[in-house]
Design a protein around this ligand. Structure first.
Ligand code: PLP
Length: 349
């Protein structure tokens, strides 16, 4: 090793789901929305004044921040935006987890959490989910440097009741508790009603799943003014101009079409209910999903083999290697047509 290499930060990066570019594939591997964004978003895109692209965007994304504050009934200074919720979560780790004590998150959860902890050199511990893949609130009642919980959890799809989440928040007044609500619009219980009671609670959301805008990279956090101020201070110390002009505009436009938003959610939830039943009829065990995906294992067939067989037929799902979950596949809910094709292929297999 060269001397200079000793000073390189060594990290094992997060591996995102594949983004295959094949034609006529069915992509059920990264929990994107199968429906296009609202016509209001399309219109806003078409009306973008491209001459303005020569200028820097608004560093505080005011148009989007204010639209979110109105939509969620928050006061000024209680919303923060970022380049997808990955950007928001990463900054939140950097901003709030600066203790020698370990940050806590479950052993089976969003696999980016341990990667951020390592890159920022934050100690962490992972209390195991119980045998049914549920979070045990009691595990979070010990000394720690902060807590992050995805609710509903990924990749399990399971939602935790609000009273249990509150139990964890109430028991941890001395650290910041982050609740990652990436999937909450599909049927989870949100902690938003608790925001006014807990100044140390940060809720993180994304436009990538429920709002059909993964490609625009829009995420946001809601919390007390002090938390949001701290996030902004760190962000301004790293990169002032995170959100681009178009994402700011389209993110705000998306909030103006509640009817379209709800109709897409209803369709996905309807498809989820139907596909779960169909899969169960074919020998799959499906965890109870509050998300836009199903986490399933088959009574007899190996998940690894099913994954490969599906891929050969251009159906992409996700298979994780982790010890506790290697028997499972994570299947995003697509359109009814896509899911019918999946079921048809599973019947062949
Ligand atoms: C998808 C996902 C994110 C990240 O979404 P962005 O596209 O970066 O907004 C964060 N947390 C969980 C649990 C997710 O599933």
């Amino acid at each position: 090793m060269n001397k200079w290499e000793e000073n390189i930060r060594k990290v094992e990066p997060y591996i995102p789901g594949e983004q295959p570019q094949e034609k006529d594939m069915i992509k059920l591997n990264t929990n994107e929305n199968p429906y296009p964004p609202s016509p209001k978003v399309v219109e806003a895109h078409q009306n973008m004044d491209t001459d303005r692209f020569a200028l820097y965007p608004d560093p505080s994304s005011s148009e989007l921040v204010q639209a979110l504050e109105r939509y969620y009934g928050r006061e000024s200074g209680q919303v923060f935006t970022g380049v997808g919720s990955d950007d928001v979560l990463s900054l939140a780790f950097l901003t709030f987890f600066n203790s020698d004590k370990p940050v806590l998150f479950p052993d089976v959860t969003y696999s980016f959490y341990p990667v951020w902890a390592k890159v920022y050199q934050i100690p962490y511990e992972c209390p195991p989910l119980d045998e049914d893949f549920r979070i045990r609130p009691g595990d979070y009642m010990r000394e720690n440097g902060g807590i992050v919980i995805a609710n509903p959890n990924a990749p399990t799809s399971i939602g935790m009741p609000l009273r249990q989440v509150e139990e964890i928040i109430r028991g941890n007044p001395d650290v910041v508790v982050i609740i990652d609500e990436a999937y909450v619009d599909f049927g989870g219980e949100t902690v938003l009603p608790l925001l006014d009671r807990y100044e140390n609670l940060l809720v993180v959301r994304t436009y990538s799943k429920s709002r059909s805008l993964a490609g625009m990279r829009i995420g946001f956090a809601m919390g007390s003014r002090r938390l949001i101020q701290a996030l902004n201070d760190v962000k301004e110390s790293v990169n002032s101009y995170t959100m681009n002009m178009e994402s700011i505009r389209l993110g705000a436009a998306s909030l103006e079409d509640e009817e379209y938003f709800q109709s897409c959610l209803d369709r996905i939830v309807g498809t989820r209910t139907r596909v779960k039943r169909e899969l169960e009829g074919r020998g799959f065990i499906c965890l109870d999903s509050c998300t836009n995906f199903l986490f399933v294992r088959h009574e007899r067939k190996s998940a690894g083999i099913l994954f490969e067989e599906l891929q050969r037929r251009k159906i992409f799902v996700r298979h994780f290697g982790g010890e506790r979950i290697r028997d499972y596949l994570r299947i995003t809910i697509g359109t009814d047509q896509q899911m019918d094709r999946l079921l048809e292929v599973l019947d062949e297999l």
